[in-house]
Design a binder for this molecule. Structure first.
Ligand code: BES
Ligand code: MN
Ligand code: MN
Length: 459
C-alpha cells in the first residue's frame, strides 16, 4: 500500500530533502558550479535508489540534466516528470531569519532557498515514485528529467530536448513548480505567462560630469531614462509600445467569469504585501492583471552615484533591466523587437540607446477538458476530497512551451506551492502539509491517468 509506505518513510523523506536543500545550487552565479554538480549527483543517486533505471547526468553546454526512467511495459503510456534543481540566489542574506541553506522547520513550514521552488516540489515526485515502485504500483512508464538552469532561462535545454527527442518521448509531462490557491482550495494552473527580458543603456556625455558646471546644458541620461520608462505606460495602465497588444488573445466574458470563480480576497492580498492600494491595467481585476494580461516592469535601474552621502555628478550612463510578461499569442522575439524599436524611437537625439535582449519564453495554455487534465483533477479529488479549480498562473516556465514545440507533448502543472511561500524572496518556505500532500497526490495521478488511457485504448 502506497499510503502505508509514505507514512512509514515520512521522516526519511524530509531528511533527504534537507540534505538537498543544504546544497547551494545557485545557477546565476558561477561560484556555485561545484554545488550545482553536487546537487545533480545527489538527485541521480536518489533516483537510482528509488528504483529507476539508467539514472545519469547528461552533460550540456551548461549545467547537467539529471535523467532516469522506468519502462514498465513499452505498450503502456509514458509520463515525463520535469523539475529544476537550480535555485535563485539567496541574497540579500541579512533579510533571512534563518540561514538560507540550512533548512529549518518553524510552524510546520520548511524555510530554505529552494524549499518550494523547486527542490521541495520535484523531490515529492522522486519519493512518490519510490513508493509506487516499492509496492509494484507504477501503472505506466515514467521518465524523469531534472534540469539545472531554469532560473536563468533554460538556455541549453532547448538543444538538449531537440537532440534527445527519442529519449524524452512521452505522452504527457508532469510538473510541480506552480502554486495552488490555498490548502483548502486546491487548483491547477492551466496556463503560464511568457517572458521577454531586456537590458537598456542610455549614454549621454563621454564621461561623468560636474553637475554644477555642466548641469542644465547637458542632458542627463538618468533623467532621460526615467522619462522614457515612465512613458511606457499610459494613464490607464496600458503599455504604450505600438503593436504590443496586437497578438494578445482576449478572453471571452464567459472565460473571465469562469476565472472569477476562484476565491480571491483583495483585502487579504493588500494586507499580506502591506499595500496601500492595488494598481494595474484599467478594466481588469487583480487576478486578471497577474495572469491573463501582459505586463512591463523595471526589475532594476542604476546609474550615477548611489553610495553614501552626496556626490554632485551628472552621470554619463543610465541602465535598467526590464521584464515583460506575455500572454497567448504574444511571441517573445517579436515583443523584444517591438520594444527595441520603440525604445530607440522615443529616445531624444541627445543620447544613444542600446537594448540588449536576455532570455525569453513563450506563454502557455493547456486545455482543461483533456484526458491528462482530468487525471490531475481526479488525483486532487481523491487526495484532497475536492475538485481543483483551474486557474491561470502569472509566472513563467519557459521549457513548457518548448516541450510542446519539440516533443508535441502537453504539460500538466500539478504544483502544490502557496503564494506565501516567498519564491525568489528572502525566507522562502514550503509547508510540510504541501510536501506530504503532494507526495500523496502524485500516485493518484498515475493511477487515473493509466486508467483513463486504458479506457480510451479499449474503447
Ligand atoms: N517556478 C517558477 C515559476 C512559477 C512560480 C510559476 C509560481 C507559477 C507560479 C519558476 O522557477 C520561475 O521562477 N520562473 C522564472 C522564469 C525565468 C526565465 C527565470 C520567472 O517566472 O520569473
Ligand atoms: Mn520553479
Ligand atoms: Mn523560480
Amino acid at each position: 500500500m502506497i499510503t502505508a509506505y509514505l507514512e512509514q518513510h515520512k521522516e526519511r523523506f524530509l531528511a533527504e530533502l534537507f540534505e538537498l536543500l543544504r546544497i547551494p545550487s545557485v545557477s546565476a552565479d558561477s561560484k556555485f558550479k561545484g554545488d550545482i554538480r553536487q546537487a545533480a549527483e545527489f538527485i541521480r543517486e536518489k533516483l537510482a535508489a528509488a528504483g529507476l533505471d539508467k539514472a545519469e547526468l547528461c552533460e550540456t553546454a551548461g549545467n547537467p540534466v539529471v535523467y532516469a526512467e522506468k519502462i514498465v511495459d513499452e505498450s503502456l503510456p509514458t509520463v515525463l516528470v520535469y523539475g529544476h534543481y537550480d535555485v535563485q540566489p539567496a541574497d540579500p542574506y541579512e533579510l533571512w531569519n534563518t540561514p538560507p541553506f540550512e533548512p529549518t522547520v518553524i510552524n510546520e513550514r520548511i524555510y530554505a532557498r529552494g524549499a518550494c521552488d523547486d527542490k521541495g516540489q520535484f523531490y515529492m515526485h522522486i519519493k512518490a515514485l519510490e513508493a509506487m515502485l516499492a509496492g509494484n504500483d507504477l501503472p505506466c512508464n515514467v521518465k524523469v528529467m531534472i534540469e539545472g538552469e531554469e532560473e536563468v532561462g533554460s538556455d541549453h535545454l532547448g538543444t538538449f530536448v531537440a537532440d534527445n527527442r527519442d529519449k524524452l518521448k512521452a505522452d504527457v509531462i508532469l510538473i510541480s513548480d506552480t502554486s495552488i490557491i490555498a490548502n483548502d482550495v486546491p487548483s491547477i494552473e492551466a496556463g503560464l505567462r511568457g517572458l521577454s527580458y531586456v537590458e537598456v543603456e542610455v549614454t549621454g556625455p563621454n564621461r561623468d560630469l560636474h553637475s554644477g558646471v555642466y548641469g542644465g546644458g547637458v542632458q542627463n541620461p538618468v533623467n532621460v531614462l526615467c522619462q522614457m520608462i515612465a512613458s511606457l505606460h499610459d494613464e490607464q495602465g496600458r503599455i504604450t509600445i505600438p503593436g504590443f497588444y496586437d497578438a494578445v488573445v482576449e478572453l471571452s466574458a464567459e472565460e473571465r467569469a469562469d476565472l472569477a470563480k476562484a476565491p480571491f480576497d483583495e483585502e487579504e492580498y493588500k494586507r499580506d504585501l502591506a499595500l496601500k492600494a492595488v494598481a494595474g491595467e484599467e478594466g481588469y481585476t487583480t487576478p486578471e492583471r497577474t495572469s491573463i494580461r501582459p505586463t512591463l516592469d523595471v526589475n532594476g535601474i542604476w546609474g550615477g552615484y548611489t553610495g553614501e552621502g552626496a556626490k554632485t555628478v551628472l552621470p554619463a550612463k543610465a541602465s535598467a533591466k526590464i521584464s515583460m510578461r506575455l500572454v497567448p499569442n504574444q511571441e517573445p522575439d517579436a515583443i523584444t523587437e517591438l520594444f527595441s524599436k520603440h525604445f530607440t524611437t522615443i529616445a531624444p537625439p541627445t543620447v544613444t540607446v542600446k537594448v540588449t535582449p536576455h532570455h525569453g519564453g513563450q506563454p502557455y495554455v493547456t486545455p482543461t477538458d483533456s484526458l491528462e487534465f482530468e487525471a490531475a483533477r481526479l488525483a486532487f479529488r481523491e487526495a484532497w476530497g475536492k475538485d481543483p479549480i483551474p486557474t491561470r498562473g502569472g509566472g513563467s516556465i519557459p521549457i513548457v512551451a518548448l516541450f510542446e514545440q519539440e516533443l508535441g507533448v502537453k504539460s500538466i502543472l500539478m504544483g502544490f506551492g502557496l503564494d506565501i511561500d516567498a519564491l525568489h524572496s528572502p525566507n522562502e518556505s514550503y509547508g510540510l502539509f504541501n510536501f506530504y500532500k503532494g507526495i500523496e497526490t502524485i500516485p493518484y495521478f498515475y493511477k487515473h491517468y493509466a486508467q483513463l488511457k486504458k479506457a480510451t485504448v479499449e474503447a
